[in-house]
Design a protein around this ligand. Structure first.
Ligand code: SDX
Length: 428
């Protein structure tokens, strides 16, 4: 295998180093391309462009493989808690019993929000989008913890800042929901686990504390484990771009929330449910929707299908599909949307348009049905994705600092007007 790429350009030959990763992925290092050739590359959407070297997550889209720090997602989904998985993603190793206890205690300690933050929630309209609240409040929280604004030098240190963020994102999310439904805020209960505490803050009432069933707690745990990281997706890349200017961790993940909100990314989980509900209400045959999704003359797409990297099944959708069955069975529930989802998947698997484009269900296709089953309201689905993805965002932000990564500043090819002179208004 060659160790150099040779580029023949304008009658000259240029050599570029090749790099092979630990899973035999290969890249051409074009760090000096512009200086040596005067050319830049163009790769809109960055489908062929690596932005960093990373030890955190490995995805093999052709084989449907996803591993966090080398551990297969199937094993973590079955055996690990979200807190264990978050520790693994942050620190690179599964925690010992002592380390897990200390980490859990730190999460417990940092769950409450500063009491003055309540006024900011109370000033919001009840129909404010939870993702807008989450992004704003993540920055707001840092106003009450100035020490986290400069983690790496005089700040609180990475461990405390990461735990503070991982814990408080849950409380912010629950308070956004309580504000939207006009109910009093629930304070975190230090006796509860990470997931139970979130569900308590969401659903406990003054007259009735919410204690989730083991089935519901396990389902939420699984959802968060499956969303914990996914290499350089749109929102994680956003966190890295913002963090590359040495912006603090809170503002970087706040930007990540905004990127995740889009329906092509983390907003897809609620868009899938809206699509399935529309199909159910319309009574129209599924083939109508499949035809619309294939037509070039409209923007309709089958939400929850397709992926930039997975050109085979998204392993997370396989795990979620099985989990949805189990949870609905154990909760003795039925969901007509699940039947529609299954039929839609079956039909697309036999359709050349989807097969030729390797369009399979992604993580968002079944995740919404799981969230429905455990009682999470639809407008909170992207927020649940953000809570799950928080360990990945924090770890990527930390890694870019550890690697002393340069500020992200892509180039462009200008296609606008050539030089021209200012004209007085009477001559325009
Ligand atoms: C997530 O990157 C990550 O890792 C993301 C994520 C994570 O964990 O962080 O995995 C989470 O964001 C999953 C994706 C959730 N989004 C959706 O479900 C929205 C629906 N999917 C699409 O919009 C699309 O598939 C994307 C955004 C996921 C991927 O877009 P790409 O890679 O830019 O692909 P594309 O738009 O260039 O599509 C290629 C072809 C096109 O047809 P042609 O022009 O070749 O004829 O496939 C078609 C597209 O029209 N296509 C679809 C389709 N998705 C792609 N056609 C119908 N329905 C779809 N869903």
């Amino acid at each position: 295998m060659s160790d150099k790429a040779i580029l023949s350009l304008d009658g000259k030959k240029f050599e570029f180093d090749l790099f092979t990763g630990s899973e035999n992925e290969r890249c051409i290092d074009i760090t000096h391309l512009r200086k040596e050739t005067g050319y830049i590359t163009m790769d809109q959407g960055f489908g062929n462009t690596g932005s960093c070297f990373s030890d955190i997550t490995f995805v093999d889209g052709a084989k449907g493989i996803l591993r966090y720090r080398g551990y297969p997602i199937e094993e973590l989904a079955e055996k690990a808690t979200f807190v264990e998985t978050a520790y693994l993603i942050l620190y690179g190793e599964l925690p010992s019993a002592d380390k897990l206890r200390n980490f859990s205690n730190s999460l417990r300690e940092h769950a409450p929000l500063h009491t003055n933050l309540k006024h900011h929630f109370e000033g919001l309209p009840s129909d404010a989008p939870p993702m807008a609240i989450l992004s704003a409040m993540l920055n707001m929280v840092s106003c009450f913890h100035p020490e986290v604004l400069d983690v790496h030098t005089k700040g609180a240190g990475f461990d405390r800042t990461a735990a503070l963020l991982l814990s408080k994102v849950r409380t912010i999310a629950a308070w956004a929901y309580r504000m939207a439904v006009g109910k009093p805020f629930n304070h975190p209960n230090p006796n509860f686990s990470y997931c139970s505490n979130f569900l308590h803050m969401m659903f406990s009432e003054p007259y009735q504390e919410y204690i989730p069933s083991p089935v519901v707690e396990k389902a939420l745990n699984l959802f968060l484990v499956l969303h914990a990281d996914h290499e350089q997706n749109c929102s994680t890349s956003t966190v890295r771009v913002v963090g590359s200017s040495r912006a603090n961790l809170f503002s970087s993940v706040s930007a990540g929330v905004c990127a995740l909100w889009g329906p092509l990314h983390g907003g897809a989980n609620s868009a899938v449910i809206q699509m399935l509900e529309e199909i159910k209400e319309s009574g129209r045959p599924l083939t109508d929707y499949i035809k619309m999704a294939k037509a070039k003359n409209n923007t309709f797409r089958l939400m929850g299908f397709g992926h930039r990297v997975y050109k085979n099944f998204d392993p997370r959708s396989l795990i979620l599909k099985k989990a949805v069955d189990e949870v609905l069975h154990e909760l003795n529930m039925e969901d007509p949307l699940l039947d529609i989802a299954r039929e839609l998947e079956e039909k697309t698997l036999q359709d050349d348009y989807f097969k030729e484009r390797n369009l399979y269900p992604n993580v968002d296709f079944y995740s919404g049905i799981l969230l429905r089953a455990i009682g999470i309201p639809l407008n909170m689905y992207p927020v649940m994705f953000a809570i799950g993805r928080m360990p990945g965002w924090i770890a990527n932000w930390h890694e870019l600092h550890a690697h002393k990564q340069r500020i992200s500043r892509p180039r462009q090819i200008y296609t606008g007007s050539n030089t021209r002179s200012y004209k007085p208004i009477e001559e325009r």
